[in-house]
Ligand binder design. Structure first.
Ligand code: ZN
Length: 415
């Protein structure tokens, strides 16, 4: 198939331009969803979409949706591409942004070349993928009707504005967020281009990763209670030091994980000690346990072990934050993306994603594909996150070729 080339210079300059919104003191970007930098960035994006000839709407979950209308549609459904525009604190220029701006570049290329698609083509910038408030992927879950009751009223660390507070500030009624739900069968497909955020592609010297599955993530909060006491006057044998009581778990959990399956991962990445002073024996220790695997049974096994351990010890309490199982991406979509990469003479490999993405939310109900490009040293969620312009161009061209290949299929209901 003959594919027009996307404009790689334009894509790159837009990626660089978008990094002006939310520049952080640490050299990265802090663009939490619904904050001022996010509002500025979305206004910029909306303007770009309009200039590209897209019709733009913002749904009740603050997802930005730009649509390239089909001139003679053969279906009422729409094809969709996208990712997210929010970042973690002091994050990078590419995580999420690449997927949105590459989708925009693809839509613009279709428009400029007058290629008539059988369905409307949407460019979606999902709101709050990065857990700026609570659990993340708020926008994509709202669209798929997967929000949990009341979760937009919760805030990270029990303080600061909630997602609902900021919706109100921006003139949206939080209760309307449920109206962002769409019928999944209205979408022919969803495609997300993203940086890998790991070093598998770089190590294998591949230009494209075709994602086969996205790992599941289970998270729990464990609280260990002891007794706060004066660090100078309380003898060792009279202490109930919550941190010391909790400490064995920090090495035990990784051991349980490896024992169960060397391919799964488990992390305790957040530990809080109360009252948290040099001269006070810790009275309470709270930590988050995170498990990731493609196999739910592995995560369940480690979870059960954790719960059993906690139940047998006094002062220990464990609560589920959430459990999200892995999802397989659409097999026909994997074939089409691989073919598109091969056609472009790019070295590609099939691989699972160890990070969660908006694609994960859509995959159970919409034929979904995901394309990875390498990022330098696998570094992400950091000011040092970097890709080469060629990586952006390759990923965007594969995205474009994939959409065109789907459009050329005789039957768009093949799935
Ligand atoms: Zn991302």
């Amino acid at each position: 198939m003959n594919h027009p080339a996307i404009n790689s210079d334009r894509l790159w300059s837009e990626i660089m331009e978008s990094s002006q919104f939310g520049q952080a003191a640490g050299g990265g970007i802090t663009r939490r969803a619904l904050t001022e930098p996010d509002v500025q960035a979305r206004n910029w994006l909306i303007e770009k979409m309009r200039q590209a000839g897209l019709e733009v709407r913002i749904d009740d979950a603050m997802n930005v949706i730009g649509t390239l209308k089909a001139k003679s549609p053969r279906s009422k459904k729409a094809g969709a591409m996208g990712s997210h525009f929010d970042t973690v604190p002091n994050g990078g220029r590419f995580d999420g942004i690449l997927g949105v701006l590459a989708a925009l570049e693809c839509a613009r290329t279709f428009n400029e070349h007058g290629i008539d698609l059988p369905w409307d083509l949407e460019v979606i910038s999902f709101c709050d993928e990065e857990a700026g408030y609570n659990a993340g992927t708020i926008g994509s879950r709202a669209m798929m009707g997967l929000l949990q009751d009341g979760e937009i009223y919760l805030s990270k660390g029990k303080e600061g504005p909630t997602f609902a507070d900021n919706l109100k500030r921006l003139g949206k009624d939080p209760e309307n967020i449920y109206r962002a739900k769409r019928d999944p069968s209205d979408l022919v497909f969803f495609l997300e281009l993203h940086i890998e955020q790991g070093r598998v592609l770089e190590n294998a010297e591949k230009q494209i990763g075709v994602v086969t599955a996205i790992v599941g993530i289970y998270r729990y909060v464990v609280t260990v209670r002891g007794e706060a006491a004066h660090a100078g006057t309380t003898p060792m044998h009279l202490r109930q030091d919550a941190l010391v009581e909790a400490a064995p778990m920090f090495t035990m959990l990784p051991a349980w994980v490896v024992e169960r399956n060397p391919d799964m991962v488990g992390t305790i990445g957040q530990v809080k000690v109360e009252p948290g002073a040099t001269n006070v024996v810790p009275g309470e220790c709270t930590f988050i346990v995170e498990l990731r695997s493609q196999l739910p049974e592995d995560m369940q096994a480690v979870r059960d072990r954790l719960f059993e351990y906690c139940s047998k010890r006094s002062g220990w309490d464990v609560k589920k934050i959430y459990e999200k199982d892995s999802v397989q991406l659409s097999a026909p979509m994997i074939d089409i993306i691989s073919a598109a990469a091969g056609e472009g003479k790019l070295n590609w490999m099939a691989m699972p994603s160890g990070a969660g993405h908006d694609a994960q939310t859509l995959a159970p109900s919409v034929p979904t594909g995901m394309i990875f490009v390498p990022c330098r040293g696998g570094i992400s969620h950091s000011p040092r996150e970097w890709i080469e312009p060629q990586n952006a161009a390759d990923g965007c061209q594969v995205l474009f070729n994939t959409v065109q290949a789907i459009a050329e299929k005789k039957s768009i209901t093949m799935w």
